[in-house]
Design a protein around this ligand. Structure first.
Ligand code: UD1
Length: 352
C-alpha cells in the first residue's frame, strides 16, 4: 500500500480526499496544526472508513518539525499539499499573514520533497489564478492574469515556485489542481465544511441562512453583465474534487504525465449564477431562503467556469454529483453540526 502525506488533512477538501484515498487503497498520514480546522474531522474520516489516520500536529512553517515527518516516514510515495489559509477578505486585510503562512509552508514541504526525493507532488491551486478572464470557460492554457487578492497571489506564486522546482528537479513529478467553487459535503454528513467565524463562501452562507444562524443572505450585486445580473461560478462537489486527487496521484504513479508539472482544471464545466444557486437550494431542499440584493463585493470576478476536458480525458475524471446533491449534502451537514452535543467540539482552534 502506497503511503501519502496529506497536509491540511483536517480541512474541508483534505478530509474528503483522505476518505477517497483510503477507499482506493492508499495509506494516509496527515499534517495539520488545526489552526483553521478541528481534529474532529479526522474522527469523521475514521467513522466513514474504519481507518484511524495518524495526524502530525505541526506548523509547516517550522522547517524542523516538517522535516521530522519525512524522517519518520521515509517511504512517502506522494504529498498532497492542502494546508493554507484561504479567506479572500482576510487576505486583503492581512496580506503578510497570508504570504508568511502559505509561502513558507509550501517552501518547507518542497525542501523536504527535494531532500527525501519524494517522487510525486499534488498542489492545491485555484481558479483564482486566472483573475478576471477575458474568455470563458477557461482552459488550462488561459493565461494567469493579475490576482484579485493576496490569497490569489499566494496561489499564483505557489504555482510558479512549483514550476521552477519541477524544471530543476526532473525526478519529482507535480500536478497543480485548479479548483473552481468547492461545495457540498460527504453524503454521510460526518465530514463537511467548517467555516471560521462568519462564512464568506456562498454555499455555507446559504445553509447557515436556511438554519437561521445568518438572518438574511445578501446577493452581492445583480447588475453584472450576466443572464440575471448576478455573478457566475462553477460549483463542484467536494467528493468529486477529492476523487480527482486520487486519480491525479494514480496518474503520476503510473507515469502517464507528459511533463513533470501538469495542470488540471477541476470544475463541473457548468456556469451557474448566484441567484440560480439560491433557487437550486430552495428546489432541492424545499426551504425558502431569506435573501436580499446588496452592492457588489470588492474583488469578485464577474463570471468564471471551467473547461474540464483535460481532466476528463487524461485523468479519467467525471463529476458524479449534480447541483441538487451539492445542495442536499451541504444542508444535511449543516443540520448535523447544528444538532451536535456541545461536548463534541467541532469548532476550529484558532491560533491567530
Ligand atoms: C473565492 C476564490 C476562490 C477560492 C474561494 C475559497 C476568487 C476569485 N475566488 O471564490 O479561488 O478558492 O474563494 O474561499 O478569489 N456571494 C454572495 N453572497 C454571499 C457570499 C457569496 O452573493 O454571502 C457570491 C459572491 O459574490 C460570488 C459567489 O457568490 O459571486 C461565490 O462567492 P464565494 O463562494 O465567496 O467564492 P469565490 O469568491 O468565487
Amino acid at each position: 500500500m502506497k503511503k501519502v502525506l496529506v497536509t491540511g488533512g483536517s480541512g474541508y477538501i483534505g478530509s474528503h480526499t483522505i476518505v477517497d484515498l483510503i477507499e482506493n487503497g492508499y495509506t494516509v498520514i496527515s499534517a495539520d496544526n488545526n489552526s483553521r480546522s478541528t481534529p474532529g474531522m479526522l474522527e469523521g474520516v475514521e467513522k466513514i472508513t474504519g481507518t484511524k489516520v495518524k495526524n502530525y500536529k505541526v506548523d509547516l512553517c517550522n522547517f524542523d518539525e516538517t522535516r521530522a515527518i519525512f524522517e519518520e516516514n521515509n517511504d512517502i510515495a506522494g504529498v498532497i499539499h492542502f494546508a493554507a489559509y484561504k479567506a479572500v477578505g482576510e487576505s486583503v486585510e492581512k496580506p503578510l499573514l497570508y504570504f508568511h503562512n502559505n509561502m513558507n509552508s509550501l517552501i518547507n514541504v518542497m525542501r523536504c520533497i527535494d531532500e527525501f526525493s519524494v517522487p510525486n507532488f499534488v498542489f492545491s491551486s485555484s481558479c483564482t489564478v486566472y483573475g478576471n478572464p477575458d474568455k470563458i470557460p477557461v482552459t488550462e492554457e488561459t493565461p494567469r492574469k493579475n490576482a484579485e487578492s493576496p490569497y490569489g497571489l499566494t496561489k499564483q506564486m505557489g504555482e510558479q515556485m512549483i514550476e521552477a522546482f519541477a524544471a530543476a528537479k526532473k525526478d519529482t513529478n507535480s500536478i497543480l489542481l485548479r479548483y473552481f467553487n468547492p461545495a457540498g459535503a460527504h453524503p454521510s454528513a460526518l465530514i463537511g465544511e467548517l467555516p471560521i467565524d462568519r462564512p464568506q463562501n456562498l454555499a455555507p452562507v446559504i445553509t447557515q441562512t436556511a438554519i437561521g444562524k445568518i438572518p438574511m443572505l445578501t446577493v452581492f450585486g445583480n447588475d453584472y453583465p450576466t443572464r440575471d445580473g448576478s455573478c457566475i461560478r462553477d460549483l463542484i462537489h467536494v467528493c468529486d474534487l477529492a476523487h480527482a486527487h486520487t486519480l491525479a496521484l494514480n496518474f503520476l504513479i503510473e507515469k502517464k504525465n507528459k511533463t513533470n508539472c501538469e495542470v488540471f482544471n477541476l470544475g463541473s464545466g457548468d456556469g451557474i449564477t448566484v441567484l440560480e444557486s439560491i433557487r437550486a437550494f430552495e428546489e432541492s431542499t424545499g426551504i425558502k431562503l431569506n435573501y436580499t440584493i446588496g452592492p457588489r463585493r470588492a474583488g469578485d470576478v464577474v463570471a468564471i467556469y471551467a473547461n474540464n476536458d483535460k481532466a476528463q480525458k487524461e485523468l479519467g475524471w467525471k463529476p458524479r454529483f449534480g447541483l441538487g446533491e451539492i445542495m442536499t449534502t451541504a444542508w444535511k451537514w449543516e443540520q448535523y453540526i447544528e444538532k451536535l452535543p456541545q461536548h463534541l467540539d467541532l469548532s476550529p482552534h484558532l491560533l491567530n
